[in-house]
Write a protein that binds this ligand. Structure first.
Ligand SMILES: CC(=O)CC(=O)SCCNC(=O)CCNC(=O)[C@H](O)C(C)(C)COP(=O)(O)OP(=O)(O)OC[C@H]1O[C@@H](n2cnc3c(N)ncnc32)[C@H](O)[C@@H]1OP(=O)(O)O
Ligand SMILES: NC(=O)C1=CN([C@@H]2O[C@H](COP(=O)(O)OP(=O)(O)OC[C@H]3O[C@@H](n4cnc5c(N)ncnc54)[C@H](OP(=O)(O)O)[C@@H]3O)[C@@H](O)[C@H]2O)C=CC1
Length: 291
């Protein structure tokens, strides 16, 4: 299917990155959120990130201008009815995602493909509550979207081959690489990454190391670009906890038990970079460890 117009639901860190790369690749993008502030911040951030790409010689000024002109925003989900593909990138909560798809359905054209950028939630279950489980897929970008090469494509039990091929063609047009994952809790990347992050929080909780020593150990000792706690703050601690809960509930194995310290940080509203405090405090000039 020829996809031209793409709707993105949720203008948080993933939604803005997805809108950025889609518009740069030539798609018309309609970005939706429940908050006007989130939409305004997302457009400002896309502008800033594209400007940086221009200054580093990665993007031509004319391509940046054209990409910005292809991005429109809306507070109304009904406006996404005219799109060919929707990427849902709202908060990692199953009830929120079900509600979004439920509200979208009456406005959609029959051919529109629905996808979710969920990090962990069952694609089959999300699809089953729509009128088009055969045209529903997991479309899982990595953070930061403009930089990371991989997109996980996850077929639900009912997803048809044409839908898969259409999504694969979008990934290729973005210049990214697709990995196919089966629809089991947290798919491939987060099935492996999130238990490591959770284990780093246990290492902190049990006093084996502090924030600085744990992150330095994994950066200098295992050549990771970010330490696991720095990465958790970057992803969002609410998202990390939600993924661990999906793994724990979905696979019923105690090895996925979320660390109580991770739960405590989320209860405090210390969600990482997006709330200015997590395993580090970002309110000053340099990040300061909180433990
Ligand atoms: C939770 C999930 O469901 C799935 C996930 O996404 S899991 C998370 C996956 N992501 C990771 O693991 C990221 C790990 N970290 C990294 O790879 C690196 O630290 C990083 C790429 C984020 C930054 O790299 P760095 O070398 O430390 O910083 P820096 O030199 O400033 O940035 C490298 C490039 O990325 C760009 N960049 C960094 N952050 C960016 C952002 N948020 N948006 C856009 N571009 C960004 C920079 O502009 C820079 O571009 P150039 O190469 O053109 O100069
Ligand atoms: N963070 C990451 O590293 C990655 C995250 N993901 C996945 O991407 C999705 C988004 O994550 P992320 O961008 O980090 O989260 P953020 O918290 O940064 O952004 C979520 C956005 O969705 C908005 N939102 C909430 N409810 C609705 C709704 N009903 N309709 C429209 N918008 C809504 C939120 O608004 P408000 O703030 O007002 O609530 C917020 O702007 C999640 O499913 C997550 O698991 C996937 C890959 C990597």
């Amino acid at each position: 299917m020829d996809i031209q117009k793409i709707g993105v639901v949720g203008a948080g860190q993933m939604g803005n990155g997805i809108a950025h790369v889609m518009a740069l690749a030539g798609y018309d993008v309609l970005l939706n959120d429940i908050s006007q502030d989130a939409l305004d911040n997302a457009v400002a951030l896309i502008d800033k990130n594209l400007t940086r790409q221009v200054s580093r010689g990665k993007v031509e000024q004319a391509d940046k201008d054209a990409a910005m002109a292809r991005i429109a925003t809306t507070l109304s989900l009904a406006d996404l009815g005219k799109t060919d593909l929707v990427v849902e990138a709202a908060t990692e909560r199953e009830d929120v995602k079900h509600q979004i798809f439920e509200k979208l359905l009456p406005h959609l054209q029959p051919h529109t493909i629905l996808t979710s950028n969920t990090s962990s939630i069952s694609i089959t279950r999300l699809a089953s509550r729509t009128d088009r489980p055969e045209r529903f897929m997991g479309f899982h970008f990595m953070n930061p979207v403009p930089v990371m090469q991989l997109v996980e494509l996850i077929r639900g039990i009912a997803t048809d081959q044409e839908t898969y091929q259409s999504c694969l063609a979008v990934v290729e047009k973005l210049g990214k690489t697709a990995a196919s994952a089966e629809d089991f809790p947290a798919f491939i990347v987060n099935r492996i990454l999130m238990p490591m992050i959770n284990e780093a929080v246990y290492t902190l909780y049990e006093g084996v190391g502090n924030v600085k020593s744990i992150d330095e150990s994994m950066k200098l000792g295992a050549n990771h670009p970010m330490g696991p706690l720095e990465l958790a703050d970057f992803i969002g601690l609410d998202t990390c906890l939600a993924i661990m809960n999906v793994l724990h509930d979905g696979l019923a194995d105690t090895k996925y038990r979320p660390c109580p310290l991770l739960t405590k940080y989320v209860e405090a509203g210390w969600l990482g970079r997006k709330s200015q405090r997590g395993f580090y405090d970002y309110r000053g000039d340099v990040p300061v460890p909180t433990r």
